[in-house]
Design a protein around this ligand. Structure first.
Ligand code: 6GU
Length: 252
């Protein structure tokens, strides 16, 4: 998957895309058994909207028509930046798939695991992150992006939301995690029936007088599996009963 990000603050992405699983996912993997190289599962490309301004001072925003607080990002640099990204060619000079354009906005549909699963199947995803008060609505109407929010609170810009979405998407691409099963067992995933996760334990067997549930040390895998399923159900009942209602009425 190719991930492009249009933003006024590309430097915000450096630490997140350059660490842990997101970093590893963008690196090729050498198979130690035969020395063969497997391509990286994704690549990241950040674009600075400010580079597409046509005015001398590289100004991207203006006060809102009708008055009010904050500044509004103008149409032209956003339009030219997104179009430059859409026109970019791959290393082999071939045009890339058009991909999905996502505009990060608190007015968007609230992101969830199911949307991450759908997006993980795309060959290319382009993120458009606004900052300050908003982006001029006319360029949004022209570009027709999918509009997505990460929850009912306001961030200073879409950058953090884009990073949250990128993390939740990339870990679902086959090969991004060392062990393929882990993503399928995650909380909210289809494989976990969209419930919360069970509790986890590791050594020592006793810590500060607290024991590890004995079933986990029984070696009986069927019993362990049943215990984990029941734990996940009880966890969900106690903390997120709203998810159980959804599980009953869902058809996916
Ligand atoms: Cl996508 N953007 C901003 N600015 N705030 C948010 C958000 C997005 N999602 C939740 N809050």
């Amino acid at each position: 998957m190719r991930i492009d990000i249009c933003t006024l603050f590309p430097e915000m992405f450096e630490g997140v895309l350059g660490s842990s699983i997101l970093k590893r996912a963008a690196e090729p993997v050498v198979d130690k058994s035969d020395g063969s190289v497997r391509e990286a599962v994704c690549s990241y490309h950040t674009w600075n909207i400010r580079d597409y301004t046509t005015n001398r001072h590289q100004k991207v925003d203006q006060p809102p028509y009708g008055g009010g607080p904050g500044m509004v990002i103008q149409c032209q640099p956003v339009f030219d930046c997104v179009n430059a990204v859409r026109e970019v060619k791959g290393d082999d000079g071939v045009v890339l798939p058009k991909g999905r354009l996502i505009h990060l906005t608190p007015q968007g549909k609230v992101w969830d695991q199911k949307m991450a699963e759908e997006m993980a199947k795309e060959e290319r995803v382009i993120f458009l992150a606004g900052h300050y008060e908003a982006i001029d609505q006319r360029v949004i109407d022209e570009l027709e992006p999918v509009e997505v929010s990460i929850g009912d609170y306001v961030l200073s810009g879409g950058e953090l939301a884009a990073m949250v979405m990128i993390d939740s998407i990339v870990r679902l691409i086959p090969g991004a995690l060392g062990h393929e099963e882990s993503a399928h067992q995650d909380s909210f995933s289809e494989g976990a029936n969209r419930l919360l996760d069970c509790s986890h334990y590791t050594r020592p067997a006793t810590w500060e007088g607290r024991e590890v549930p004995s079933v986990l040390m029984s070696g009986n895998h069927a019993k362990i599996e049943a215990w984990r399923r029941e734990e996940a159900l009880q966890n969900t009942k106690a903390r997120r009963p709203d998810l159980l209602g959804e599980a009953e009425s869902r058809d996916d």
